[in-house]
Design a protein around this ligand. Structure first.
Ligand code: RM4
Ligand code: MN
Ligand code: MN
Length: 431
């Protein structure tokens, strides 16, 4: 397992009683799975392979539109965010990389940051560019858009920013850039619906042309907000058009919070998978909009159905399927690090359950036209209690049976509160 840098005690087997109960639960699950012809050890190993990137912006409390209420011991700078991210990996064994947000987390000394992260046992996932807000000292404003702005000089500036983000990512060992644009309009007539899209494509071509070898570019759509009338990259269809026009190394990123209410997200996932264009994923959950809630907290069955599509793609070795799984959440009332631990657990659970679907039976019921049994096949997997399986996967990776409890017992946050106090606290910019 990765190096422990914190001096904190994250001893997963500290509690003998908990460990004993866990072993009993695991044995009973193993027995139940065996009756279904499923080998427990194989499933544990598969869950151990599951990995998701943690976003740098999620390690501090996020004030989305309103107040921000920072907690004691929050990270003040990138190095401290990396320390916290390494704790998430240490306790779950499933968060080996960080997804950086440029410019919120531009490293001062890229080589040193890469080295520091490596010492912590983590690396870097896709970098995220940001042309959705003006930065201090920025020459031209994005008030009326970035890639779609009517002024070519603003578009150029936005492209340059993306090229810079790629440079940073390259030095850190990233292999993808995620581009989410806030571009759009608040009022009918404000922008040309067609020209704005063409301009976005033109700018994306410039960024695509600068992709280093082995890199991919992800286009991330969002239906509304901050643009309230029309977003330029509004839906998966727009995202697909862009990725297709760009070429093979451009793919679409699906953020679970970026859909209009009642959208069938697993269907969107299936379509993009079928087209070989599903590149990345932003996990979260939502009740009303882009709420950034903890994955699985509102619609766990929906999350399972998404994973069912992903697991099928994995089983079938679908062309173009090398998904970059990332978390995209921003917490204001939970301790952000605990929220990440909880999220990774939820994702591991959904993945483990989706793997338990009896695919042969499901297909037979689909082909013979038996909707009740087909649905029951999915529910059979979804309703299996796989908590001990996931806990065991973590334990075998050197993590904790129960990451949140292990974290709380470690005293990490209290120690960081003492260490990280002081006037140099830099509040994260609002999202
Ligand atoms: C956006 C979008 C992006 C994320 C920013 C912080 O709503 O989801 O992926 O980078 O928020
Ligand atoms: Mn996102
Ligand atoms: Mn979002």
């Amino acid at each position: 397992m990765t190096k422990v840098f914190t001096g904190a005690s994250f001893d997963p087997s500290a509690n003998v009683e908990v460990t004993r109960d866990h072993e009993r639960d695991l044995a009973s699950l193993g027995e139940r799975l065996e009756r279904r012809g499923v080998a427990l050890d194989r499933e544990i190993e598969a869950v151990r392979q599951f990995a998701v990137a943690v976003p740098s912006w999620a390690l501090g409390t996020g004030g989305t539109r309103f107040g921000r209420f920072p907690g004691a011991g929050e990270p003040r700078r990138l190095s401290e965010k990396l320390e916290d991210a390494a704790v998430v990996h240490r306790l779950t064994g499933a968060a080996p990389r960080v997804s950086l947000h440029i410019p919120w987390d531009v490293p001062d000394d890229t080589a040193a940051v890469r080295q520091f992260a490596a010492e912590l046992g983590i690396g870097f996932d896709a970098v995220n560019s940001n042309t959705f807000q003006d930065q201090p000292g920025q020459l031209l404003s994005y008030k009326l858009g970035s890639f779609s702005h009517p002024d070519a000089a603003v578009r150029r500036q936005a492209v340059e920013h993306n090229l810079f983000a790629i440079e940073v990512g390259k030095e850190l060992g990233s292999q993808a850039i995620t581009i989410w644009l806030a571009d759009g309009s608040d009022y009918p007539g404000q922008m040309s619906l067609r020209k704005s899209f063409d301009r976005v494509l033109e700018c994306l071509r410039d960024v695509y042309a600068a992709l280093p070898d082995g890199w991919r570019l992800f286009t991330e759509h969002k239906p509304y907000e901050p643009a309230f009338y029309a977003s330029v990259v509004q839906d998966w269809g727009s995202s697909y058009l862009l990725a297709t026009a760009l070429g093979d190394r451009a793919q679409c990123l699906v953020d679970l919070g970026h859909h209009l209410p009642n959208t069938n997200i697993e269907l969107v996932v299936a379509r993009l998978l079928g087209a070989g264009k599903l590149g990345g994923f932003h996990f979260n959950d939502s009740k009303y909009g882009d709420d950034d809630l903890t994955a699985g907290s509102i619609k766990p069955y929906g999350l399972f159905l998404v994973f069912h599509e992903l697991v099928q793609a994995e089983r079938e070795r679908l062309g173009g399927f090398t998904p970059a799984y990332m978390i995209d959440q921003s917490h204001n009332t939970k301790d952000p690090l605990e929220a990440m631990l909880q999220t990774v657990d939820q994702l591991q659970l959904a993945y483990a359950k989706a793997r338990l679907v009896d695919h042969a039976a499901l297909e037979a019921f689909q082909e013979s036209g038996d909707p009740l049994m087909a649905e029951r096949t999915l529910k059979e997997a979804f309703e299996t209690d796989v908590r001990s399986l996931v806990a065991e996967a973590r334990r075998r990776s050197g993590g904790a049976l129960d990451p949140v409890i292990a974290f709380r017992n470690s005293g990490y946050r209290a120690r960081k509160a003492a260490e990280r106090a002081g006037a140099d606290y830099v509040p994260q910019q609002s999202l």
